[in-house]
Ligand binder design. Structure first.
Ligand SMILES: C[S@@+](CC[C@H](N)C(=O)[O-])C[C@H]1O[C@@H](n2cnc3c(N)ncnc32)[C@H](O)[C@@H]1O
Length: 397
């Protein structure tokens, strides 16, 4: 247990009064020394606390590669095309995307007569140790790809990718009350008998910012009395940063979440969606062991789209992960892998189970995929991953 982090948060509250849950979550996840994501433990992977699609099986990245290739072609095959991955983790997704591009003979990974292959890879990863480990991993498995740091002074042409990143951005906690909302802050109750001399506790208070109620009002959401919910104001800063750095290209966000009308429906989600995860299990106490457990809340897809639009990005479509992967040709990729004479029975079983999970609407298949763009002409906005969406790209809540 990272007592140091709990003690730091306790002392901050003792000194200045209750803090927002967003502050608690930000420190618990990203404190440079003891944060869940920053202290260098191995995650996400089989030994970690959860398993993301790219960590589960390369078939996810092999399939997504087709969307990346199509976007490059839609932009007229620029000589430099940057794949910038936010929350790059171990690099598993990048490695499988490059493998997929190679298998599909995409020009993105073929050296040009006048220079290297067009694909550049830029991981944006808050965990410095992971960032460092990514470079040799890519050098070994994808030597044709130039790996670099995002240049803050340079706007990119290419593809921004974020798989299971936005759900880790901090959220405020709120609760409905007649005519408005309360905010649920994090306080500290002294108790000499308890470890660390007390415990974190909910403190119901006036909202610390009017932006919380404004967000819900803009979405037409009225919380029932006492209904707990989360509001992620940080998504606006994230989309603003992405838009600022993108000159021409696409953004793909994959995550668990739902449109606001579903996410804040008191019948469907009476307890909100905030969860703590450790050892592949969802745990009830979000205050336990800050820095040792993941904290996550579903993504409000409506808010994310609105934030993207306000940041100057165009919304191209939203669909489910299952529909997106089928549109990208998952069945064909699966068929190719299955036909490989080197495929062992064990590998086949793992692959088949991964494909099932990716398509199952109750599992990874139910995640949403949101496509955004900037500086892309209308004729380059129809993406294969969104073809199945009735009537063309689907937007809005
Ligand atoms: C759930 S993991 C997903 C990793 C990878 N995208 C995948 O699908 O396997 C979230 C990743 O985002 C990183 N992360 C969390 N907050 C971040 C932030 N604010 N900026 C950049 N990376 C962040 C974490 O360190 C972690 O590697």
């Amino acid at each position: 247990m990272s007592d140091a982090l709990a003690i730091r948060l306790r002392d901050e509250i003792r000194a200045g009064g209750p803090i927002t849950f967003a502050r608690f979550m930000e420190v618990a996840l990203t404190d440079p020394e003891h944060g869940y994501y920053t202290r260098g433990a191995s995650r996400p992977a089989r030994a970690g606390d959860f398993l993301t699609a790219p960590e589960m099986d390369p078939v996810f990245g092999l399939t997504l590669a087709r969307q990346v290739d199509e976007c490059w072609r839609l932009l007229g095959e620029p000589a430099i095309f940057t794949l910038r991955e936010h929350g790059a983790g171990s690099g598993a997704l990048a490695v499988s995307i490059v493998e997929g591009l190679r298998a599909d003979r995409s020009g993105l990974v073929v050296a040009r007569s006048d220079g290297p292959a067009p694909l550049r890879y830029e991981p944006v990863e808050i965990d410095g140790r992971r960032r460092e480990a990514l470079v040799p991993r890519l050098a070994e498995t994808a030597p044709e790809v130039v790996v670099g740091e995002p240049d803050p002074g340079q706007r990119m042409t290419g593809f921004v990718l974020a798989n299971e990143l936005v759900d880790a951005l901090p959220v405020h906690r709120v609760a409905g009350r007649p005519g408005g909302i309360d905010e649920v802050l994090v306080g500290w109750d002294d108790d000499p008998a308890a470890p660390l001399g007390g415990r974190f506790t909910d403190v119901v208070a006036e909202p610390t910012t009017a932006a919380l109620a404004a967000r819900l009002t803009d979405e037409g959401v009225v919380l029932a009395e006492g209904q707990p919910a989360e509001v992620r104001l940080a998504d606006a800063d994230w989309t603003a940063g992405v838009a600022r750095d993108l000159e021409r290209g696409y953004v793909l966000v994959v995550d668990y979440g739902a449109p606001a009308a579903d996410l804040y429906d008191p019948a469907r989600r009476p307890a909100g969606t905030l969860l703590a995860y450790a050892g592949h299990r969802a745990l009830g106490d979000v205050y336990a062991d800050p820095g040792d457990q993941d904290l996550t809340a579903h993504v409000d897809a409506t808010a994310l789209e609105r934030a993207a639009t306000a940041s100057g990005l165009d919304v191209l479509g939203r669909t489910t992960q299952a529909a997106f992967l089928l549109g990208c040709g998952l069945e064909e990729v699966f068929g190719r892998l299955r036909a490989d004479p080197a495929l062992t029975p064990e590998r086949y079983l793992v692959l088949r189970s991964a494909v099932r999970r990716l398509l199952d609407p109750r599992l990874l298949g139910g995640f949403f995929v949101l496509a955004l763009s900037r500086g892309v002409p209308p004729e380059a906005r129809a993406l294969r991953g969104f073809e199945s969406v009735a009537g063309g790209p689907r937007t809005g809540g």
